[in-house]
Design a protein around this ligand. Structure first.
Ligand SMILES: Cc1cc2nc3c(=O)[nH]c(=O)nc-3n(C[C@H](O)[C@H](O)[C@H](O)COP(=O)(O)OP(=O)(O)OC[C@H]3O[C@@H](n4cnc5c(N)ncnc54)[C@H](O)[C@@H]3O)c2cc1C
Length: 466
């Protein structure tokens, strides 16, 4: 059983089926050079812990996770040769280069007489099986999700396997630390405090979310300072929990109209991201709407740095960017605001933003990240219209009315209350000095003026409309 982004023992079709057919030898191969984009630092941190937890879980079940690094094909071939394995099982991935690699590996393994079995595990619907009436992929979410709901076959999640290969001489495996996944600077301390990766923790989080937050999700999910969302994204990303398990837990929660619930609709957006990635693989680096190839992005490294460091002078944007740096995660509402600020206020190419998120998010996922950025920039499927430009001040008034989220992440503004907290440059000097704020010294002036930036963005957009 070749583990990849399915680091769980429950509801793992490849693991389950393999164990039905004989004793299983579980292996994980760290092969970053084979990925479409090398995993970022936050993802590597998560992966380290996830593998640690998976190794422990498999030991409880009587198995031993073999860890290797290097070329996947070579490692699989040599393991099969050394152990006499007859078949290789894995769960499907959908990233373009990975798909090509997997097809090649399947061919090569079959050539040497091994049986290969591949399963759907990390999506509710196979992207290749959902199509519109004309037989084409969907580009709009609502009909896509409607069609998925019609087609879904959500049998009960699978049990853990109990059939592992026992042998006197264990196959060669490296130590987890030899994979060098954990960064050696102290930035990761924030992640250690914030997160508990692993399958069991995924289920604990899901339970907590269903008991405490599911009922209020539709409203609360927009407020970044309340525990209104499930925070399951990194667990889903590494396959520590499956969407099918979530689906069944929501069904069993007793929630009315659970199938149409906002929460499952968000799981649907995740599916939509994979659907787009599968059918339009070029969107990892190119806009889905070709007109955006002509868009005149600006190249301003000072602005990009100010955005990355949470020093734009717009408190909500800065709070989000600092939350990301400190915890490896950012609330969805704030992701939309900071992303919009980068592409519309600063006119910086969405690919720079996607790259930064890729490195710093613990849930960095090629499908959701690409879709999130293209949606915000207006160049993706079913995207926010380019002319709709989030005003970061209005967004803070609406979604952080007491300013508690900004106070948490931008401590130098703690002395300032709403409404000036949302736009410190409009506060009178007396207010600012009472709050200990010296604009331009301990908190920046806004790096762009909202109204002017808005007009500039609209003008840039007009050019590609022609
Ligand atoms: C610019 C931008 C970049 C993003 N990059 C990523 C990314 O790299 N990885 C990632 O998992 N999500 C990404 N998202 C989507 C979304 O912000 C996160 O999935 C969500 O914030 C995760 O928090 P949660 O688990 O508490 O979500 P919940 O609200 O509890 O939602 C449950 C699950 O549904 C899925 N989901 C929710 N919202 C979305 C969405 N808008 N698009 C796709 N799936 C969604 C996630 O898997 C999430 O865990 C991005 C959004 C934007 C605007």
């Amino acid at each position: 059983m070749w583990f990849r982004l399915d680091l769980r023992t429950l509801d793992n079709p490849a693991l389950w089926e393999a164990s039905q057919n004989g004793p299983v030898i579980p292996i994980f191969i760290w092969s970053p050079n084979e990925e479409d984009i090398m995993p970022g630092a936050a993802s590597r941190w998560w992966l380290h812990h996830s593998l640690e937890k998976l190794g422990a879980k498999l030991r409880e079940l009587g198995g031993k996770l073999i860890l290797r690094s290097g070329k996947s094909l070579q490692n699989l071939k040599s393991l099969a040769k050394n152990t006499g394995a007859r078949a290789v099982y894995w769960n499907r991935r959908y990233e373009p280069l990975i798909q090509k690699r997997d097809d090649k590996i399947e061919d090569e393994l079959k050539k040497i007489g091994l049986e290969v079995k591949v399963f759907k595990a990390n999506l509710l619907a196979e992207p290749s099986e959902v199509e519109n009436k004309s037989g084409l992929p969907f580009k709009v979410f609502t009909p896509f999700w409607k069609q998925c709901l019609k087609q879904l076959n959500t049998e009960k999640p699978l049990q853990p396997p109990i059939n592992f290969e026992k042998r006197e001489l264990e196959p060669e495996s490296c130590n987890l630390s030899e994979l060098n996944l954990k960064p050696n600077h102290n930035w990761a301390q924030g992640l250690e405090q914030e997160w508990n990766p692993g399958e069991s923790n995924a289920h604990l989080n899901l339970k907590l979310f269903i008991n405490e937050a599911l009922k209020k999700y539709t409203e609360a999910r927009n407020f970044p300072d309340c525990l209104g969302t499930s925070r399951l994204s990194p667990y889903l990303r590494f396959g520590e929990i499956s969407p099918k398990q979530i689906w069944h837990a929501i069904e069993e929660s007793g929630e009315e109209n659970w199938k149409e619930s906002q929460y499952l609709t968000e799981i649907g957006w995740r599916e939509f991201g994979y659907h787009l990635l599968y059918h339009f693989p070029h969107t990892i680096s190119e806009p889905l709407r070709p007109a955006f190839n002509r868009f005149e992005w600006t190249d301003n490294s000072d602005h990009l740095r100010a955005w990355q460091q949470g020093q734009t002078g717009y408190p909500l944007v800065d709070a989000g960017m600092r939350e990301l740096w400190a915890t490896g995660w950012m609330h969805n509402r704030v992701r939309m605001v900071v992303a919009s600020f980068l592409v519309k206020h600063l006119l910086i190419d969405w690919r720079h933003g996607a790259e930064w998120f890729w490195d710093t998010l613990v849930d960095a996922d090629l499908a959701s990240n690409t879709q999130g950025w293209q949606w915000t920039a207006g160049c993706g499927a079913d995207a926010a219209p380019y002319f709709r430009i989030f005003n970061p001040v209005t967004q803070s008034k609406k979604f952080d009315p007491a300013g508690s989220y900004i106070h948490r992440w931008v401590p130098e503004l703690r002395g300032l209350k709403p409404p000036y907290l949302f736009e410190p440059w409009n506060a009178i000097d007396i207010e600012l000095s009472a709050a200990g704020i010296r604009l331009g010294q301990n908190y920046p002036y806004p790096i762009v003026d909202h109204s002017k930036a808005r007009i500039r963005a609209l003008k840039a957009y007009e050019k590609i409309k022609k």
